[in-house]
Design a protein around this ligand. Sequence first.
Ligand code: ACO
Length: 345
Amino acid sequence: MSPSSSPKFKNPRARHNFQGRTGSITGVGAYVPTRVLTNSDLEKMVDTSDEWITTRTGIKERRIAAADEFTSDMASKAAQRAMKAAGVTGEQIDLIIVATITPDMVFPSTACLVQQKIGARRAAAFDLEAACSGFIYGLEIAQQFIMSQTYDTVLVIGAEKLSSIVDWKDRNTCVLFGDGAGAAILQNRANSHGLLTAVMGADGDKSDLLYMPGGGSRCPASMESVSGRLHFLRMEGKETFKHAVQAMVKAAKETLRRCEVNISQVKCIIPHQANRRIIDAVGERLGATPGQLFVNLDRYGNTSAASVAIALDEAVNSGRIQRGELILLVVFGGGLTWGAALIEW
Ligand code: ACO
């Protein structure tokens, strides 16, 4: 067996012989704001109903950050919990990656603000923008840095304050999203469990399905951009739905194929928490049982890059996953972007 081979499952990276280096997730953590916004609260804000939101999405409530609570605050709280679980201090972290579409500011990066808040003075830090797929993109980047011997300890965070870019007058989108953060510490662990493989994909041809027109170099803030409500997220729900199911199924199947794993061997599938109907369609097409699917969107809605990170923390800390078992993460988001990752926990 080559040094980086997993003891139980095929690790496609083993053929490259990375001196036995594997990015093992040694700690996870999450944070959600205390304020709960229920479907009945939304009934008072826009023309909607608990019945519509529940049957079309599966969402019952979501968390909303306080006015003075920013993405970097939520990210730092989730990070500190992951660091505690991993037994890692700020000084030990080599790199911080924050996946977000709602940074505190356009620049500096939210990762730099997190670096200061958690006392990770040695760490390099950058933000990653892959919308809802950002956490898997981040895990794979962390893994690559670890395998290349550049870094030993990487902090990956998915964090969003989507309430700051949601149009609270648009019933098509405002019922879907919530705020929160999730984090993971990846460390070099020779011949250990870890990220067996990851698939990342993108399709810029369909960038107009899910986007925010204002605030970038194409449309800087102006009186016109504000009055035109251009600083809010826009989404073509139906089209996005269709592409989400197709891309998630394809990415998930590719990770399983690479590792020669059958879906029945996966203990827990953690899909992006956007819509219960998308999750069920993906599960069905993968041949999964309902018991394999992890779902928490009823409580948090779609938290974009934070979504699978929060769910991973809940799945681990509720005892749903034990060491040595397989977890399949599968995501989809604006860009379009998508991805899947198979983790031997
Ligand atoms: N309450 C009541 N009625 C509503 C609401 C609402 N909140 N929102 C829309 N409707 C109405 C529409 O106006 C429409 O009415 P009409 O038929 O009179 O025109 C009707 O309900 C049906 O609307 P659809 O858009 O066809 O509803 P659909 O079943 O497609 O569900 C949804 C919409 C939930 C948005 C779904 O399409 C979806 O989940 N899409 C994918 C979302 C996703 O995966 N996003 C990717 C990640 S997000 C990221 O990257 C940040």
